[in-house]
Ligand binder design. Structure first.
Ligand SMILES: [Zn+2]
Length: 300
């Protein structure tokens, strides 16, 4: 069973909160009727860079506050997402144990939905697993990698692990993971496949990405079920069509800005029969990119 934060049911959450906070007033959301989950709606987060110290600031951004704000916004929506993805660089810089404790605390308001996480070059796999893996004895799809396949009625999500070495900028999938991807894509060819991993293809605006980009493209391009490749790492929102028709989607950071003025926030993905709508939700609602909607059609 791959690692993820399983949903906490409202009743269980309510009971635990009652026990933990006996005598205290409950937030209004806990008293509301159970919210409906929309199985077409996915919340996409990348590059939160959360440090153990919640007060840490980079480029005038308090990373923890930003993630808390994103979590609050998603939690306040009238429907729950089918799932939430956190696409790597979960930890601030070197993947310290305590960074992950702060991260899970910040994600708590979203725990009614499953939360799937993967690793970036600022994470430490052992610390990540120690902090988040609820079943360390379970067999992983690819040994020593944080790899998962999430099958849903509409699409199949493949979340890959491109962490090569902590604090070394480029990433790598490696042959065993690419072989697993090829095999799993072939075995699940009946639905659109959406692939998510931390690193960008090749070199993007001077940022070194995946070292084995060529081998990765060789797996993806000929398999027509692959419709989109989501990545983070460059901390810059963009959507670029690949020559194969696969959409290359660069997710914005929830928190850590490379430069002041860049967009930060999250992406609301809505699955349709023949594509996907992506809406950029900036934390700064006056940002010129806030609310930008892209209607992507799947290649055939
Ligand atoms: Zn990052």
């Amino acid at each position: 069973m791959p690692i993820y934060l399983p949903p906490i049911s409202r009743r269980g959450f309510f009971r635990r909160t009652m026990l933990a906070a006996a005598g205290l007033a409950l937030g209004p959301n806990l008293c509301a009727a159970e919210k409906r989950s929309d199985d077409h709606f996915w919340a996409l987060f990348s590059d939160p860079h959360i440090a153990a110290d919640r007060a840490l600031i980079h480029n005038n951004v308090n990373m923890a506050d930003h993630l808390a704000q994103v979590a609050q916004e998603v939690a306040a929506l009238p429907v729950r997402p089918a799932g939430i993805f956190v696409n790597g660089d979960c930890a601030y810089s070197s993947g310290e144990k305590e960074d992950y404790a702060t991260l899970t605390g910040l994600l708590k308001p979203l725990r009614e939905s499953p939360i799937h996480l993967t690793l970036g070059n600022h994470d430490n796999r052992e610390h990540f697993w120690n902090a988040l893996d609820s079943d360390p004895t379970a067999k992983r799809p690819v040994a020593d990698k944080q790899t998962l396949l999430i099958t849903t009625p509409q699409v199949n999500w493949f979340m890959l692990d491109s962490l090569d070495k902590t604090l070394s900028t480029p990433g790598e999938l490696g042959k065993p993971q690419l072989d697993w991807l090829a095999k799993s894509l072939d075995a699940n060819a009946d639905k659109p496949a959406l692939i998510m991993l931390h690193h960008n293809p090749g070199l993007t605006d001077g940022v070194p990405g995946l070292k084995d980009t060529a081998a990765f493209l060789e797996v993806m391009r000929p398999r027509r079920q692959v419709k989109a490749y989501f990545f983070g790492h460059t901390h810059a929102w963009s959507i670029t069509p690949d020559e194969s028709g696969i959409h290359f989607i660069n997710l914005p950071p929830t928190s850590y800005l490379f430069k002041e003025g860049k967009s930060s926030g999250w992406v609301r993905a809505t699955i349709a029969d023949d594509g996907m709508k992506l809406e950029l939700r900036c934390l700064d609602t006056t940002h010129k990119q806030h609310g930008e909607v892209n209607d992507l059609k799947w290649r055939v």
